[in-house]
Design a protein around this ligand. Structure first.
Ligand code: KIV
Ligand code: ZN
Length: 385
């Protein structure tokens, strides 16, 4: 089975979510949970950004034993030196260098031509390789870069000894076919490409981040970068729990898997949500409160007969107890009756019918009928008889 490496950037790109600011103990707590989850690589921060971030990356580097710890750096020596300082205690350190390559970034942000971009990146990788065995190089905004220039920059990074070349869709602009095609092109046109791992890093501006990462995998990406719960700049990054569960659920199609301990997914999601203050939407895939909840009568009836009718994965796989049958106006008699039995009420047919009629009247007035509502309703019924 092909292994897809997982590069978690919850503590760096994830922390770039507006309003999120993790202190050092919080970063260390999340890093420990990421180790339990089984991520291969943890990007702990951007040490040149602030003394506080340097200290936090250093604390993570000293705490983590079962994953590579990574520090982000622009393509300049002072940044690389800050990462050297921060990763001193790391067992498996890695430097993550980036430089923008797209025409828009070259013209307006960097004010550099292609040759200057290539030479700046080359010098930075060369300097970094003096101090790090593992250097990842990212072509920022690869998604809007000319394919020939992507190939040229990838070739240069391989020559300089990078071990991962990352091709980010920095602004979440591409759709799956186009993003996959970048990997296909690089695989087919860069000599020596087999010497590096290719990495996918997607943003979710058009809601494509997970689909794009999967398209990259289909076209030869070895690594996926992303965050827990998909947090990150603007609309966020690829949600790693989605990639892990897509590969798990659709092994038949992808023939690839991550090293995630899947039963740690729910716990990791809750911890990241609590410490970042970013609430997970109820309908979020895999980890949303409704991801394993069923409301309609037809679905509930199917679930009670055979769960695979309406669930493609089990809640137990990600570390949750069980699926939820929510009692609401779409619920059917079968689920209603089963729910009453769970609550300890074994009613005869006629009593179920009467209670069910009252439940439907109540359900029309409320979004969800809670267990307390049902108890009240049954007490009324007892009083009626
Ligand atoms: O989105 C992006 O391009 C990044 C780079 C720093 C890799 O986050
Ligand atoms: Zn990013």
């Amino acid at each position: 089975m092909r292994k897809i490496y997982i590069f978690d950037t919850t503590l760096r790109d994830g922390e770039q979510s507006p309003g999120v600011n993790l202190n050092t103990p919080e970063k260390v707590e999340i890093a420990h949970q990421l180790e339990r989850l089984g991520v291969d690589r943890i990007e702990a921060g951007f040490p040149a950004a602030s003394p506080g971030d340097l200290a936090a990356v250093n604390a993570v580097a000293n705490a983590v034993k079962n994953a590579s710890v990574i520090g982000l750096s622009r393509s300049r020596e002072q940044d690389i030196d800050a990462v050297r300082e921060a990763l001193k205690g790391a067992q498996d350190p890695c430097l993550h260098l980036f430089l923008a390559t797209s025409p828009i970034h070259r013209q307006y942000k960097l004010r550099m031509d292609k040759d200057q971009v290539r030479d700046t990146a080359r010098s930075a990788i060369r300097y970094a390789r003096k101090y790090f065995d593992k250097v990842e190089f990212s072509l920022e905004d690869a998604g809007r870069t000319e394919l020939e220039f992507i190939a040229e920059m990838t070739k240069m990074a391989i020559e300089e000894g990078a071990y991962v070349v990352n091709l980010p869709d920095t602004v979440g602009y591409l759709t799956p076919y186009e993003y996959g095609n970048i990997f296909k092109y690089v695989k087919e046109n860069v000599p020596g490409v087999e010497k590096v791992q290719l990495s996918a890093h997607c943003h979710d501006d058009l809601g494509m981040a997970t689909a794009n990462a999967l398209a990259a995998i289909l076209n030869g990406a070895d690594q996926v970068e992303g965050t827990i719960n998909g947090i990150g700049e603007r609309a966020g990054n690829t949600a790693l729990e989605e990639v892990a569960m897509a590969l798990e659920t659709r092994q038949d199609f992808y023939g690839a898997k991550t090293s995630f301990t899947l039963s740690e997914i729910a716990r990791t999601s809750r911890l990241v949500s609590k410490l970042t203050g970013m609430v997970v939407p109820g309908n979020k895939a895999i980890v949303g409160a409704n991801a394993f909840a069923h409301e309609s009568g037809i679905h509930q009836d199917g679930m009670l007969k055979e769960k695979s009718t309406y669930e493609i994965m089990t809640p137990e796989t990600i570390g949750l107890k069980e699926s939820k049958l929510v009692m609401g106006k779409h619920s059917g008699r079968h689920a209603f009756r089963e729910h009453l039995i769970e609550l300890g009420f074994e009613l005869d047919e006629e009593a179920v019918n009467r209670a069910f009629a009252k439940f439907k009247v109540l359900a029309d007035k409320k979004k969800e009928v809670t267990d307390d509502d049902l108890f009240a309703l049954l007490e009324e019924r007892l009083a009626d008889t």
